[in-house]
Design a protein around this ligand. Structure first.
Ligand code: SF4
Ligand code: SF4
Length: 371
């Protein structure tokens, strides 16, 4: 067939990415089945600080005593970019705390983009200015996720303990109004404090042309060690079945607007989050690794390895006996937790999802995979 000389380059990249994504998909599934360290680690959750300028009621990651000097330095983080590229990392998701508080974030993003790795940032949006949005975009930011759990300012304040809703709206506008807009995802933590407003929140950010709006349950993940039953209980939605049917409606509406949202599998099983159990195989350590601000590497926060990037390379860590034994524990974990990171990703790794929702998978890869 004659090649179409007018076809946009982006389409060529997408085809390459799709073939590459298929190879990665089967390689990761095979590694999990065998329980062995994967040859490649496509996704890295890299928490680069525990400092944060918000104080959300459902948070377990902010540390008010965290100090910048205890975090990996700019040079230490940049040095990881080629090492992770050699493990075929596709996406590094920088989180925290609030990663925007690090003034070297642009320098870090540049280092990863130079290696062909997509750079995502999870932010609360509070300190985004037009200038910062432009400099992050110039550095090559691939996608920004902004967390916001309400669209009424006083309710936002109740959840986040800060007057910040207007700043969140402004942050979304900053990224959407750039000459080359950065895709914006909105993360909404579902709790009793917003269960009756979920559709309004989705409508609000759909009206702002968000590219993805996803919901995650407030729950007591094993890694949320500071969340006790006493703090969790008042946050559990009163009508979980009502939440599910609202989320189904929202997902259908967003789908028709070509805005990405949660998988149907995730929504249908979201009640399990509030019961402290899950129903999808977990790919921690097989599809992704977690790196904390001090350089510790682990499959997930529940299964620390005691191995640090200041002492060993990522290759040495992933080939180590400690990491292998943690992988065995992950396989036996039985999906005790159920959040966006583990359950949603596990849901997307199901063969039924890949085969049954090819356009959704294609859309996800296009949005996330194009480094
Ligand atoms: S913005 Fe994130 S890290 Fe900061 S307090 Fe809220 S949930 Fe925690
Ligand atoms: S289900 Fe996965 S992410 Fe959750 S605790 Fe178990 S291994 Fe960790």
């Amino acid at each position: 067939m004659k090649a179409d000389a007018n076809r946009p380059v982006e389409n060529d990249m997408t085809i390459v990415n799709m073939a590459d994504a298929a190879r990665t998909y089967f390689s990761v599934r095979a590694a999990r089945r065998a329980g062995t360290p994967p040859a490649q680690i496509p996704l890295v959750y890299f928490d680069i600080t525990r400092r944060c300028d918000s104080a959300c009621v459902m948070c377990a990651f902010r540390d008010s005593a965290a100090r910048a000097e205890d975090e990996l330095s700019t040079e230490e983080i940049k040095a990881l970019a080629p090492a992770l590229a050699s493990k075929r990392a596709r996406i590094v998701s920088f989180g925290g705390g609030e990663p925007i508080l690090r003034p070297d974030l642009e320098e870090i993003i540049r280092a990863f983009r130079r290696e062909g790795i997509s750079a995502h940032v999870n932010s609360n949006g509070l300190s985004i200015t037009p200038e910062r949005a432009a400099s992050l975009a110039d550095a090559g930011l691939s996608m920004i996720y902004i967390s916001c759990d309400h669209c009424a300012p006083e309710k936002y304040r109740r959840i986040r303990n800060i007057d910040g809703f207007d700043r969140v709206v402004s942050a979304v506008e900053c990224f959407k109004s750039l000459k080359r807009p950065v895709p914006v995802g909105i993360n909404v933590a579902v709790s009793s404090l917003n269960e009756s407003a979920l559709e309004d929140i989705a409508d609000f950010f759909a009206g702002m042309k968000a590219d993805k709006i996803q919901f995650t349950p407030v729950n007591r993940l094993p890694q949320h060690k500071s969340m006790t039953e006493e703090t969790l209980e008042p946050l559990v939605p009163k009508d979980i079945e009502g939440v599910k049917s609202t989320l189904r409606k929202i997902a259908g509406k967003l789908d028709s607007l070509h805005i990405r949202s949660n998988t149907r599998h995730f929504i249908d099983n979201i009640h399990l989050a509030y019961e402290g159990r899950g129903r999808v195989p977990c790919y921690a350590g097989f599809l992704w690794v977690v790196i904390d601000p001090a350089g510790n590497v682990m499959p997930c926060y529940e299964y620390d390895t005691g191995l640090n990037l200041r002492e060993k390379t990522i290759e040495e860590i992933m080939d180590s006996g400690e990491f292998r034994s943690r992988l065995r524990e992950v396989k036996a974990c039985g999906a005790k937790c159920f959040d966006c990171g583990s359950a949603e990703t596990g849901a997307r790794m199901r063969l039924a999802h890949a085969v049954g929702r090819p356009f959704e998978v294609y859309g996800e890869i296009r949005m996330h995979g194009g480094a």
